[in-house]
Design a protein around this ligand. Sequence first.
Ligand SMILES: NC(=O)c1ccc[n+]([C@@H]2O[C@H](COP(=O)([O-])OP(=O)(O)OC[C@H]3O[C@@H](n4cnc5c(N)ncnc54)[C@H](OP(=O)(O)O)[C@@H]3O)[C@@H](O)[C@H]2O)c1
Length: 336
Amino acid sequence: MTTTRKWLLKSRPNGPLKDSDFDLVSGPLPEVGDGQFLVKLTHFSFDPTQRGWLGGDTYLPAVPIGGVVRAGGIGEVVASRHPGFAVGEMVQGTFGWQEHALSEGMTETGPVTKLRPGITPEQALGVFGVTGLTAWFGLTEIGKPNAGDTVLVSGAAGATGSVVVQVAKALGCTVIGIAGGAEKCRWVVDTAGADACIDYRAGGVARAIREHAPKGVNVVFENVGGEILDAALANLALNARVVLCGGISSYNDTADNRTPGLNNYMNLTVMRGRMEGFIVLDFMRRYGEGVAALAGLMREGKLQTAEDVAHGFENCPATLRRLFEGKNFGKQLLKV
Ligand SMILES: NC(=O)c1ccc[n+]([C@@H]2O[C@H](COP(=O)([O-])OP(=O)(O)OC[C@H]3O[C@@H](n4cnc5c(N)ncnc54)[C@H](OP(=O)(O)O)[C@@H]3O)[C@@H](O)[C@H]2O)c1
């Protein structure tokens, strides 16, 4: 192969992502210089935060117009003039939506790492990647649940939420999930092991939380924001901790179509609660500890994972949209 393809950002998206926001371009395979290696991507991770990266500056600079769409991925080293990376090794990093990535060992979110033996690419991008680590550190370090606490998890059938549900159960908590649709809710209870799951599409979320947690919730793990967060805030127990992991319901907001603000935030005052955000990259130095803890739960049979694998490099934009349409079941990946 002498040519390779990449997806570039064509225009800054406004509202839901469209095919016309992206350009699929083809060009020659890059030459590998001294200190560089070439990765042939095999798997891509799809994460709601990519919508933020495309829209403007966040905790990382915005993807520039004409730049490769930022994304995590895994691939095989196919050429190398770098002493630390050999041909045939499987590596992981934020390589972006491109079939081949030229690297010197560093990406925008940290160093390129080698795949650990015994871990599949799906696990490395999911439960042992950013997703699982977000669940682990967000719950244990920000939510700080105690055994016997009631933990409420939105986006509970998603990649992050489903891990949070199971870690909270393993820590001895009562867990209430919130997810879209009866089928996802069934999975959250029957497979992930939550005590209950509320289908937010059926409405009445605040009332349903009150029914399942009449004494209030001690920890809220928030992935969705907007009305769902407001319903959670109406049901806090004394000294509740609200973990602001994400707010996917507002990621497609535009200047004239914004998710309504919160009505119940003063309940944090009444209940002496705390609401705190975090970015998983803050815990990068402790990733090994998180992976070990999650692997332990998996060995004990306390952690099930679901992966939703799309195929075909040309389907990257459509696959990213699935997250915002609630079409993914568990971790959304794409295999080239
Ligand atoms: N703070 C951090 O460092 C960090 C790191 C990773 C992820 N996150 C955040 O964690 C959250 C989950 O990410 P993930 O990668 O695990 O994705 P995910 O939960 O696997 O997928 C997204 C899910 O969000 C739900 N959703 C989409 N639009 C919605 C809406 N308008 N209202 C309610 N639910 C909606 C859908 O589930 P339903 O079918 O149930 O609606 C969809 O399946 C996101 O908010 C993300 O930004 C934060």
